[in-house]
Design a protein around this ligand. Sequence first.
Ligand code: IPD
Ligand code: CA
Ligand code: CA
Length: 275
Amino acid sequence: MHPMLNVAVRAARAAGRIITRASHDLEKVRVASKQRNDFVTEVDQAAESAIITTLQQAYPGHAFLAEESGHSTPQGDIPPNEAEHIWIIDPLDGTTNFIHGLPQYAVSIALMQKGVVTQAVVYDPNRDELYTASKGRGAFLNDRRIRVSSAIKLDGALVGTGFPFRRIEDLDHYLPILKAVMEKAAGVRRPGAAALDLAYVAAGRYDAFFEIGLMPWDVAAGSLLVSEAGGLIGDLHGEANHIFTEQVLAGTPKVFSQMVALCAPHAAQIPAVRN
Ligand code: IPD
Ligand code: CA
Ligand code: CA
């Protein structure tokens, strides 16, 4: 395993232990609201600081972009996609599930170098499933190599998605896409942890996945898993422009292009990234 991936795995497992311990006594977990329908717990924060401490000890010169603590660069103000080394971290992807005791959440850690994701870890502590990838070396679930499914048609495909829930106005763009997908696919799933959803595309559990409103920490690690597993990932137009644009579409090569044909006309209506 690449040494940088190895440190990231250590960090992800440490965060997983913090999350699992807290899951045994959920009533004690304090929840705060960041914005409408957007929650953070002390567990998100403790997991994030464990990850950053582990990575910083090994790589003191690296930058960070983490959901709860934001962007920090030891070398001054360098945008994330230009940094030499930046760790993009979601310490607990699926916080709403976690708060409700629904066991579908994960830790997501990616290393980006000059705009390219080179190392990725998504760890599901409930199933002890560790998804990893290093650029050019394939994607793995625990020690087993994974590949996207062999699906060639959206007809009969299983598609994962995430519903818009913070910016409810996004529903106007999202629902026509969902309708078009439901008319074709065999089924649509919304488990509630985007990093795991992307890992499931990589592992061949879904044939495609799409969502509007995702942040870099939701997508960075999963995107390398998908491409190293032989899948395609992009925005809803199919462009390789998905980490910082809040739109993501992933799938097997054939299903991806059918999804682009279906999503692109609706995606054209979505305003460019808003804060
Ligand atoms: C959320 C989950 C969810 C997705 C949201 C994300 P969080 O992450 O990935 O599936 O629909 O857009 O924000 O807030 O639980 O880390
Ligand atoms: Ca997330
Ligand atoms: Ca999170």
